[in-house]
Design a protein around this ligand. Structure first.
Ligand SMILES: [Zn+2]
Length: 491
């Protein structure tokens, strides 16, 4: 428990002392197992920047309310499935000295000072994700994922910030489109500028200025696609930057992601490019399971969530076996990995079905590396919540626009004198201000601004598509949306 306190608060160990005092049932929902404790901060202590957002949770008649200044009787409901999560955010001072009284539970850890007038509140999200499905249409669900930073809605598409930023777009532009969570590539960040450099800025958030949630992959997919060699101890690969050789173990992947400091980290896995034999798939899957267990044991930051990854190729029995095995390790969320790597869509969807059947309803589900509109909608229909893919921004830089009517290849001569926007009704910066003819000109002559404008458009399209899916799930009209996108996108 003391490790939990220290890491949750990010306060130097020498400055705090934890005194467990008593155990009491939850005041509001009668679930037991809360620990009353007192933390004495013995000297002014710097609380690290990424962890000073305070968060409060209380539950009255099923409604989340902020906990106010403590008199010693306010308390938070901790870690029960029946409760709704609320938030109340306040800035803590950079330095704090005093006494924090805490209720500790399986899920949340809240603390406040004994001097209500000081207005200092502290609550750190601990070791569970809350996922609340609000409605469903077939297998689809909408919900909210809560991390140490706040909440984001699902289904959700995460643009990929390969080297810390989305290529050809600014963090402020991505946020203004409405994105709440993006992905960073551990592989690239560990090589350039190095995880230690990112950590010196507090976190990837501090380094890049991205205000929302962030997930880092483990680097497993990149090293696999770059011809890594896998052994029991880890993956060995060459740097794309200077050819130097590196080995990443499951434990090192956790350590790197804890230094980079995103809100969600992924375990290191072994992905098989398809087609592959059953033997190859089983070998990769079994190693993925052993590594997942090691990664779970290596995780030390309680303010970060960790997702396990299900492998098994397109072998349905392996998918089921992998899902059960990874779920047994009790991760905060579950990813479906090893798909969109050479198989057909029908095979991919069967593998998703075989996996989801064994994933818990109450945890978030993330399909890695899928970002084509039909694939995303089909997966949403089956109950997938999160997606990431480089394709929308990559094809943008090559002159292709994604629209509700299908793809537009803007380098085509047909658009040379086209004065209309890329897509009527699109609220993006490109569509509001620039004609297709200009964007065609820019991408044809290789002007980077063309790729930037198309990136903004394509990411706006993906955001609108997911928004439409979320509304359709609530309306019970998701099948209609899937069918209309299938008609316009051609398969
Ligand atoms: Zn647009």
């Amino acid at each position: 428990m003391s490790l939990f306190i220290g890491s949750a608060l990010s306060i130097g160990e020498t400055a705090i002392k934890q005194i467990p005092q008593r155990v009491t049932p939850c005041h509001f929902c009668a679930h037991g197992g809360l620990f009353w404790t007192r933390i004495v901060v013995t000297k002014p202590t710097v609380i690290k920047g990424s962890q000073i957002d305070a968060r409060f949770h209380s539950f009255e008649n099923g409604v989340a309310v902020p906990i106010r200044a403590s008199t010693g009787t306010d308390r938070a409901c901790l870690g029960t499935k029946s409760c709704i999560v609320g938030e109340y955010r306040r800035r803590l001072p950079a330095k704090f000295s005093g006494i924090l009284n805490c209720w500790l539970g399986r899920t949340y850890f809240s603390a406040w000072t004994e001097k209500p007038e000081s207005g200092i509140f502290l609550s750190i999200y601990a070791d569970k994700f809350h996922f609340a499905a609000t409605s469903s249409d077939s297998g689809a669900r909408t919900g909210t994922v809560t991390t140490s930073r706040g909440s984001f809605r699902t289904p959700v598409f995460m643009p990929v910030g390969t080297r810390g930023t989305i290529k050809a777009a600014l963090a402020t532009q991505i946020a203004s489109i409405g994105y709440e969570v993006i992905l960073g590539n551990t592989y690239h960040l560990m090589l350039r500028p190095g995880a230690e450099v990112v950590e010196s800025f507090g976190s990837l958030h501090g380094f890049t200025g991205w205000p929302g949630h962030m997930l880092t992959d483990s680097g497993g997919f990149q090293v696999m696609s770059l011809g890594a060699k896998f052994s029991e101890s880890g993956a060995t690969f060459r740097s794309v930057y200077d050819g130097s050789t590196h080995t990443v173990s499951p434990e090192r992947a956790v350590e790197l992601q804890e230094m980079i400091g995103a809100d969600i980290q992924m375990v290191l896995d072994v992905c098989s490019m398809l087609p592959a034999s059953r033997d190859q798939i089983k070998t990769a899957m079994d190693l993925t399971h052993r590594w997942a267990l090691r990664a779970r044991q290596a995780k030390s930051r309680s303010d970060q969530a960790q997702f396990g990854i299900v492998q098994g190729g397109i072998e349905l029995d392996y998918r089921a076996e992998s899902a059960k095995c990874v779920v047994d390790m009790d991760f905060e969320g579950y990813a479906i990995g090893g798909l969109a790597v050479g198989e057909g869509r029908a095979e991919m969807l069967r593998a998703i079905d075989a996996t989801i059947e064994h994933l818990p309803q109450t945890r978030v589900r993330y399909l890695m590396g899928v970002g084509d509109p039909i694939g995303v909608l089909e997966a949403i229909s089956r109950g997938v919540d999160m997606f990431d893919c480089v394709t929308p921004s990559r094809i943008a830089r090559h002159g292709t626009a994604m629209t509700f009517a299908g793809k537009l290849h803007l380098k085509n001569l047909a658009y040379q004198r086209d004065q209309g926007p890329i897509e009527k009704g699109c609220p993006c910066e490109a569509c509001l201000n620039y004609p297709r003819g200009l964007i065609r000109h820019l991408v044809t002559v290789g002007e980077p601004t063309g790729g930037s404008l198309l990136t903004l458009h394509n990411l706006t399209f993906m955001h609108r598509l997911i928004d439409a899916a979320r509304v359709a799930i609530r309306d019970g009209s998701l099948a209609k949306l899937v069918s209309s996108i299938r008609d316009s996108w051609g398969s």
